[in-house]
Design a protein around this ligand. Sequence first.
Ligand SMILES: NC(=O)c1ccc[n+]([C@@H]2O[C@H](COP(=O)([O-])OP(=O)(O)OC[C@H]3O[C@@H](n4cnc5c(N)ncnc54)[C@H](OP(=O)(O)O)[C@@H]3O)[C@@H](O)[C@H]2O)c1
Length: 293
Amino acid sequence: MSKGDRLGGKFTLPGTKRSVYRMGYGAMQLAGKNVWGPPRDRQEAVAVLREAIESGIDHIDTSDFYGPYVTNQIIREALHPYPEALTLVTKVGGRRGENGEWLPAQSPAELLSAVHDNLRNLGVDVLDAVNLRLWGDGHAPAEESIAERFTVLAEQQQKGLIRHLGISNATAAQVEEANAIAPVVCVQNLYNLVYREDDGLIDSLAAKGIAYVPFFPLGGFTPLQSNTLSEVAAAIGATPMQVALAWLLQRSPNILLIPGTSSRTHLRENLAAAELEIPAAELERLDAIAATA
Ligand SMILES: NC(=O)c1ccc[n+]([C@@H]2O[C@H](COP(=O)([O-])OP(=O)(O)OC[C@H]3O[C@@H](n4cnc5c(N)ncnc54)[C@H](OP(=O)(O)O)[C@@H]3O)[C@@H](O)[C@H]2O)c1
């Protein structure tokens, strides 16, 4: 069944004139195996980005800790000078160890240097949007004050180096704390059909018009697998990954998607998911997956 809204329709970031299609693209997979460069096929990585833009995508999620630096360098090679309509969202707060470990980098000096690294590697004078990536407990957030760290980014916004701010791997209290320092336009946390810890947060952000951008929408390093998902996909003539994405678009109007792929074939499949409409009875079956997971 076709919905007709191109790329899921547009969403305007709160308090701004900036709007993006709800179907975006996550660039993490471009860095290579284990998000550690170089990629197996750099030309394909460049081609994926160019095709994403040609297909209408105007929201790309990235970070300098993908590669490290490799993903941003490929984005620059493929797309610079950037289309005016493109919103590039990056994140700071982490770094990679010598053996590819994911490590926090949250001191004021590390956050500042990450802002400047992103400006340089993306080849821009101003970053469209920057998420403060909190470390918490791996991919789950942990309660602690984020005021000092978010203030560092708010100051860079006041200096004109960052247009919009977001927060990642955050609790509801941390979003509120950040929003009192400077407007939060987006929250990027782990969420998908199976992992639904943020159901309440999504609804409260929707009421405030703040974007919720799930990472690992397809399960990330452990792709989503479920008999129900496969059955629903077969019933509506789509792939399980398309159904997982369409479910997110139908879950709440403030959800923006950034599925990650290093392949044009998967990119096309993912973009087509924005055209799917999952019937109510099948939605109910999908909603039950998390309850039994
Ligand atoms: N804030 C954070 O802490 C955080 C953490 C993780 C990720 N992120 C962001 O979120 C984005 C999305 O997350 P993600 O890339 O880790 O996970 P994901 O989108 O859930 O899944 C990506 C995986 O699914 C595969 N895939 C993509 N499309 C597919 C399709 N149509 N059919 C079958 N397999 C498919 C990809 O492999 P192929 O390359 O072979 O397609 C890749 O292995 C990232 O790109 C990144 O920008 C943020």
